[in-house]
Design a protein around this ligand. Sequence first.
Ligand code: AMP
Length: 217
Amino acid sequence: MAELNLVLLGPPGSGKGTQGERLQQELGLPYYATGDILRAAVREGTELGRAAKGYMDSGDLVPDQLIIDMIVARLGSPEAADGFILDGFPRTTPQAEALGRAIAALGRQLSTAVLIDVSDEEVISRLSGRRTCPQGHVYHVEHNPPEREGVCDIDGETLEIRDDDRADVVRNRVQQYHEKTEPLVAYYEAEGLLGRVDGDQEPGEVFEEIRTLVASP
Ligand code: AMP
């Protein structure tokens, strides 16, 4: 298999986590979700977690350098030699530039930046019903319920409502997306790397579109 270095772009709640997990299973590549890594660091009380928590709780972005260091170390690891799937990174132009430099230094290049396009109204409705397990598996009370209410199908852990899925924080996260992350759509378009999928569809349909894109980048 040719090396595959993928970025998943899209607003919070666009389904990056759901699609990232499916892609990971299908492609057997490591999946790096910066939000999951940060939440684990907060739970474990590491220095990174302590530095990130306040930003995350209010829906703001964590400073670039903390995130860049955290991700760049992983891209050069042996498990990522055949590629990787990035979810939630890059989220700002300096992060995208740092990613470009890091993979160029490895003698590699990005394959595709997949934009999962979803309207603000849909994002807000999805996040208000979202339930997440501590390992990052994602459900929705109506659209994607677990088999047993409140319990993860995959690892049996108790599902939670993320602190930052509260309505006031969600509004800020959506605003941060428009201000700081959406410019990356034009950035990757200019590099000829952008692929768009309609994220308002069922997860299975979104996945098929992504597969098609990835098969013919
Ligand atoms: P997510 O699970 O991707 O929605 O991320 C949850 C929170 O983690 C975000 O609201 C940010 O506070 C923080 N975060 C995750 N990824 C990044 C990133 N690439 N840059 C800055 N902050 C991030």
